[in-house]
Design a protein around this ligand. Structure first.
Ligand code: MG
Length: 217
C-alpha cells in the first residue's frame, strides 16, 4: 500500500488507482500524429509504478525509447460516481506535478497492431509525483507547466491549454468508473515530449509551488 500526504497536513491517503488522460493538449496530439479527441482518452497505471520526487527511474532493457511526459496530477479526496460539476470540483483534494514516463517504441508497436498499449505505461517508476499541495492553497489551473532534461527546457506550456479541464475529466471518468479517495489522475502532457537515456536528470514543475526531480539509471 502506498501512502501520500498533502504538504502541511496530517491526513494520509492510501493511493488507489492511477487514471491517466491521453492527448489533452492540441499541440501534443499533433506532434505524435494523432487526432484531437472528442472525449478524454483514458488508460490506467498500477500503483506499483508510483515513485516520488527524488527517487530514480530504472530504464527497462526491453525499450530503446523512453519518453518524458510532464503532467498536472489530481489527488481525489472523496468517493464519487457520476459526478456533477460541483461534486467534481469538491472531489479534488490536492495537486502535484507528475511524470507519465512512456516507452514510446512499445506504444507505437502496439498502436500499429490495434493492441492495448498497457505495457508501454506500467513499468516500475513510470509514474513520478512531487509533493501534493492542497487545492485550497493554490489555484493551479492557469499556471505554467514545464520540464527540463539536464537543465535544458523541453516542455513549456500553461495548464489553461488543456483540452479537457479538471472538472470535465473527473466528470467523464466518474461516469465510467467510481473514483475513490486516494485515486490519482494524470491529466495529460503538453507538447515537447522526447527521449531520455541513462544518466539524464529530469526536473519539472508547475508554477512556483510544485517541483520534482528524478534521474534515469
Ligand atoms: Mg501522458
Amino acid at each position: 500500500m502506498k501512502k501520500l500526504k498533502i504538504r502541511d497536513t496530517e491526513e494520509e491517503f492510501n493511493v488507489g488507482k492511477i487514471v491517466c488522460v491521453g492527448r489533452n493538449y492540441v499541440k501534443h496530439a499533433e506532434e505524435l500524429g494523432n487526432e484531437v479527441p472528442k472525449f478524454p482518452i483514458i488508460f490506467l497505471k498500477p500503483v506499483s509504478s508510483l515513485i516520488q520526487s527524488g527517487e530514480k527511474i530504472e530504464h527497462p532493457d526491453y525499450s530503446e525509447e523512453m519518453h518524458h511526459e510532464v503532467e498536472l496530477v489530481l489527488l481525489i479526496g472523496k468517493d464519487i460516481k457520476n459526478a456533477n460539476d460541483n461534486e467534481a470540483e469538491e472531489a479534488i483534494a490536492g495537486y502535484a506535478v507528475g511524470l507519465d514516463m512512456t516507452l514510446r517504441d512499445l506504444q507505437n508497436q502496439f498502436k500499429s497492431k490495434g493492441q492495448p498499449w498497457t505495457l508501454a505505461k506500467v513499468f516500475d517508476a513510470s509514474a513520478v509525483v512531487s509533493d501534493f499541495i492542497s487545492k485550497d492553497e493554490v489555484d493551479v489551473t492557469k499556471e505554467k507547466i514545464y520540464l527540463k532534461v539536464n537543465e535544458e527546457l523541453k516542455q513549456d506550456s500553461t495548464l489553461d491549454k488543456m483540452i479537457f479541464n479538471n472538472i470535465e475529466i473527473i466528470k467523464f471518468i466518474s461516469s465510467k468508473m467510481t473514483l475513490e479517495k486516494g485515486d490519482l489522475i494524470f491529466t495529460g502532457t503538453p507538447e515537447g515530449v522526447g527521449k531520455v537515456v541513462k544518466g539524464d536528470k529530469i526536473s519539472a514543475g508547475i508554477g512556483d509551488n510544485l517541483r520534482l526531480e528524478t534521474e534515469i539509471t
